[in-house]
Each structure stands twice: as structure tokens, then as C-alpha cells.
Design a protein around this ligand. Sequence first.
Ligand SMILES: [Zn+2]
Length: 309
Amino acid sequence: MKVARAVDDHPILSALFAKRDSCFVTQAIDGAAHRGYQKWHRELDDEVVQLIRGNTDKNGDDFLAFLMNLIERSDIKARFPKWILGDGKMFLVVNQKPSGGKIERYRTDFHYDDSVKKAGTARCPKCQAFVGMLEPVPPYKVRIETWGIGFGDLAFWLDDFLVTQRFADEYVKSGLRGLGGFVSIEVLSCRKHRKISEAFPQYLRTMPNHGSAKIDAVASGIDWGVGNENRCDVCLSGPGVLKRWKSVVVDESTWNGDDIFYAFGIPGKLIVSSRFASWATTHQFRNLILEDAKSSSHDFYPMETITPH
Ligand SMILES: [Zn+2]
């Protein structure tokens, strides 16, 4: 395809949009293309290719700005797949526990210092069941641990995470929803498993909203070890324990439009919208690995499901 080829040929853009990431940009244009190589589309292709060839800025900002403006143009808007415009309901989950290969390059974890007290947690507005973990009480004193060759823009500890100042600044500009502000923290130590030569970034604590949507328990194949009846219809709390799920399917009728959130039904699974995913890809945030929610399964009791030979 013309545009993808032009990106590949471009020394800066090709590095910027590595194979996987380029999907976000070209899939939309490809999608439109497959509906027929019409005149408008040939013209658009030429416009994009010309821009790419003439693009010499260091970080590809001009190209991204062009694409962002492009999808706002009404003649184009009608021809793009919905989700890339941000009004499509596609969800991804954040891989909070990356392991192996490329992912480890920027893996960054943290934990609270023992001196940090823990207090209340989020509760279901209907049945008052706990729906999150205990909240640490400020001042937030943390210890950071890195595993790779650079600092992540996100650092994880169970449900909790820190973000860099760069992430926070971009988020504020983005118009995305779901994070409840950014709070400063005190870093007591940083343990590096590999040498890092870059400067230590400033980290901030942020917390996404709880219950911005409910998980569709049936479509997700959630197994609580007991039947699905007798559960709170808001937060899905009830008998049994969350043993496994086959998929993370958001009940779209319950979604409040947040772009990053925890859903009722699968606590601690950080979910983001397609809008968030496009934005995060644009800014190349480190240690933020996104997976298609629908193909994200988990089993806390794998021994129970091993079939004997
Ligand atoms: Zn409830």
C-alpha cells in the first residue's frame, strides 16, 4: 500500500512507527482503501505520500498533526473506521506485569515505603462491597526498581501506578478522561538491575476511576467457582472467588466514556479506550504495553483446568 510504503521508506517515520505501531496509523487508511480505490482516495494517498517524503522533522510531529487534522475533515471522517476516531468502542487492557524480551527494556516497578499508611478503598455505590485495594495515605514515599535500559513512563505496583511528568503533561493536553489528577511523590531509592545513563525522570502518582463500566460476565466467561446468580448488578460482587476469565468484554451500555479506568467485575485490570491507545502510541510511552481486551484471558487457578492425559 502506497502510504505504508512511504512510511517504511522514510528514515524517521519508519523508526517512529515500528511495524506494530504503524497499524494505528495505516489501518484506518487501509480500511478505507479496501472499499475501492476511488478518486478521492488516490488524491488522499498522493497528499499523504507527498507529506511523508517532505517530512524532515525529528519526531514526526508534523505527520501526526496532519493525520489528526485529516481525520477531523468531514469528507474523510465518513470513510474511516469508527474506532480510530475515538467514538468507536474498542477496549484494550494494560499489561501491568510485562515480562520477557523487548518489553523488559523499560520495565519499571515501584512499591510504597513501609512507613506509608493504608486507609479506605473504593466501594460499590449500591452494595458497599470493596472494589479496589486499600488506598495509601500521603505523603507518598516510594522505592523504584528498574529492569531495563531506561526508565518507564509508567511504573506499576499491583493496581497502582506512577507516571512521568511527560506523561502527565501530555495527558492534560489530550482531553482524555479517567485519571483523577497527578500528585507528587517522594522517591526514597531507585534500584537498577541494569545500568541506565539517562537522567531520572520526575514521577507522579495518579489513580484511574473505578467502575466506569461493568464487565459483561457472560461474554467474558468469568468463572467465580459458583453460578452467576446472586451477584450485585452494579459491581458483580457476590459468592465465590474470581478464578478465571476467557476475555475482557466491557458491557458497553454501562460505560461512562472514561478513557482509562477499572471496570466492575474484574478488579485491578486496567482498561483503556481506543482513543487512549491511539494517543499513547503517538507519544511512544515506555512500559505501556496494550493488548486487545477481547483476547486477554487469565487463570488464577491453572491447576484446576489442566486436563489429565
Ligand atoms: Zn455492588
